[in-house]
Design a binder for this molecule. Structure first.
Ligand code: SAH
Length: 226
């Protein structure tokens, strides 16, 4: 008899209960149209229950955003799957920058796929927690940085093949565009809450083309200490 768990043989470790619920989550993502096997396998390998508070861990494999403190949330798995699909859509990036580390879950999923992951967070306790968490889980290819304004990016570490912003920007963050490698792409939710759209910016020389995708709902990007 083949069940959900047999269908996803790459889902292993961290205990059977978690592996089974993770396999069920992958089924749901597939049903919602996530077809890139690399994305599904990467999400199958990351123990999302280790990225939320223990009190919340029984809900870690539900397809919902969950609170992580400081008014922030770990993104909904479907959204992480969509963003990761877009990251891979134009070839495997070598170096990626994420703005909005939050729980570190999206960074861990990316670290399963990409050689070098940089991630920036402005809330210090979240940043500290993520550093410990990623070290405990053995992610050595993620560099987490604390910065009061992620929109300034990490000029000393760029250029990046892909930049993903996991908080909603009121306007397109121009400074980040400059840190894209030639042919690189930025995936960023833009617009006021309630009216956010996912935008893909592509760099060709000094030209930046924009493509507008789905409506999305991310927590806001905070500029400095406004
Ligand atoms: N990618 C995360 C979810 C992000 S929630 C995950 O997988 O869990 C958005 C995060 O962006 C929050 O933690 C918030 O503090 C952070 N953030 C908001 N504005 C920011 C800014 N200007 N620079 C860096 N991080 C920012």
């Amino acid at each position: 008899m083949s069940d959900t768990f047999d269908k996803h043989p790459h889902v292993r470790g961290y205990g059977m209960a978690s592996a089974r619920s993770r396999a069920r989550l992958l089924d749901r993502l597939e049903a919602l149209g996530i077809t890139d096997i690399r994305v599904l396998e990467a999400m199958g390998r990351v123990p999302r229950h280790r990225f939320v508070d223990e009190a919340m861990s029984s809900r870690a494999y539900d397809d919902t955003a969950l609170p992580i403190g400081y008014g922030q949330t770990i993104s909904q798995p479907y959204v992480v799957a969509q963003m990761t699909t877009l990251v891979l859509a134009y070839g495997l990036p070598g170096k990626i920058l994420e703005i909005g580390t939050g729980s570190g879950y999206q960074a861990a999923v990316l670290a399963e796929l990409v050689d070098e992951v940089y991630t920036v967070e402005r809330v210090e306790p979240l940043h500290n927690l993520v550093r410990r968490r990623l070290a405990d889980l053995g992610y050595r290819n993620v560099r987490a940085r604390l910065a009061s304004s992620g929109v300034l990016g990490l000029p000393n570490y760029g250029p990046f093949d892909v930049i993903i912003v996991t908080c909603g920007a009121a306007q397109l963050p121009e400074t980040l565009c400059e840190q894209l490698a030639e042919g690189g792409r930025m995936i960023v939710p833009v617009g006021e809450s309630g009216g956010q759209r996912l935008v893909v910016v592509r760099r060709q020389g000094d030209h930046f083309s924009k493509e507008f995708l789905d409506a999305v709902s991310f927590v806001p990007l905070i500029e400095n200490d406004r």
